[in-house]
Design a protein around this ligand. Structure first.
Ligand SMILES: Nc1nc2c(ncn2[C@@H]2O[C@H](COP(=O)(O)OP(=O)(O)OP(=O)(O)O)[C@@H](O)[C@H]2O)c(=O)[nH]1
Ligand SMILES: [Mg+2]
Length: 328
């Protein structure tokens, strides 16, 4: 397919050729990329220009950050779990973190904007989760510390862009993750994944599904994959499915919320105790107070699988949203 480049492209290309400093080259190249129309005929050209930009930005970044880079990637854990947002450049990772938390990462239409991770706190049904924006997965510039950070995730959000060849993006992202010994959990039973690789729950988040017209592309994306993927279409721009994303995260992290009811009082439904799914009344008692584990005699539960206020034993399995009254 012919590229059909507009005259502005050639003018911008000329400017880029004559730029001398790295920062001027980056500036001109960003301008050049913005003149290339997005269609199949310009695929290769856009990929090549992005690669060039990535190389220039990494060059500039290395000069700026000698010595202090690694520590930016060491982030203290906060909240009930850690979610790392990863994926190719420009898919909207920083936009998502900015939208869902108070963090203010830089957002730009130009590729390779984020160079350092940035955490924010995400509140999902009163559960605090740490959501970390990261630099893009980049086949041309490997950052070992980025993969070390991803390895610390309780859940990976692998973000793709429905408007920019998501199938290819998914394949490239998985290739990079597995090269660094990280296997998205949905692939862990595939024979090619060795035991040496760390399997992490991973939700594929397909962004920029801004309106119904992109749902056909999204459905085609789902159909073309051989295995059933944990996948959610979203749009940060039109806020499509963002609420649902939070509850999907809790589910995939296998976290449940349990509310404590002191005897004779109402439960505080704004302050859940967060436990792993499969937790028992004894596990809950241990969260409330460590002495309760020893002294617990019985408990009453309101919620699913029980009648209201049912007496249960120490080994009773709890469900998300249960209210528990401990008797010691
Ligand atoms: N149409 C549309 N554009 C979006 C959406 N979310 C983000 N964008 C735009 O996509 C571009 C890239 O967004 P970023 O959040 O900077 O992307 P990123 O993944 O952090 O990019 P890198 O830092 O380079 O990895 C920006 O112009 C955003 O405004 C969306 O839901 N729909
Ligand atoms: Mg970013």
């Amino acid at each position: 397919m012919p590229a059909n480049l507009p005259p502005e492209y050639f003018a911008a290309e000329e400017k880029f050729r004559s730029a001398e400093s790295t920062s001027a080259k980056i500036h001109c190249l960003e301008e050049l990329i913005s003149t290339v129309p997005k269609h199949k005929g310009t695929d290769h050209l856009r990929a090549e220009l992005r690669r060039k930009l990535s190389r220039l930005k990494s060059e500039q970044h290395k000069k700026k950050n000698v010595g202090r880079h690694e520590s930016d990637f060491q982030i203290e854990k906060e909240g009930s779990g850690r979610i790392v947002v990863t994926g190719p450049t420009n898919v909207g990772k920083s936009s998502l973190v900015a939208q869902l938390t108070r963090a203010t990462p830089k957002i730009s239409d130009s590729p390779y904007t984020t160079w350092n991770p940035l955490p924010g706190m995400l509140n999902v049904q009163n559960v605090q989760l740490q959501l970390i924006d990261t630099p893009p997965l980049n086949p041309d510039f490997s950052q070992p510390e980025l993969f070390d950070l991803i390895r610390t995730a309780d859940l990976i959000l692998l973000m793709l862009d429905i408007q920019d060849f998501p199938i290819q993006q998914l394949a490239d992202s998985i290739a990079l993750l597995t090269k660094h010994h990280i296997t998205p959990e949905f692939l862990k039973n595939q024979p090619e994944n060795s035991n040496a690789s760390l399997s992490i729950p991973t939700l594929i988040v397909v962004n920029k599904v801004d309106n119904r017209s992109f749902m056909d592309d999204f459905n085609a994306f789902c159909e073309l994959e051989d295995i059933e993927l944990p996948v959610l279409p979203i749009s940060v721009l039109s806020q499509n499915n963002l609420d649902f994303l939070g509850s999907r995260c809790l589910e995939m992290m296998r976290l449940i919320r349990i509310f404590s009811k002191p005897p004779g009082k109402e439960p505080d439904l704004t302050q859940p105790y967060v436990l792993k799914s499969g937790a028992t009344v004894t596990d809950f008692a241990g969260k409330v107070h460590r002495d309760f584990v020893q002294n617990l005699k019985t408990a009453r539960v309101w919620g699913s699988g029980v009648y209201d206020g049912q007496m249960v034993g120490r080994d009773h399995l709890l469900n998300d949203g249960d209210i528990v009254e401990l008797h010691i």
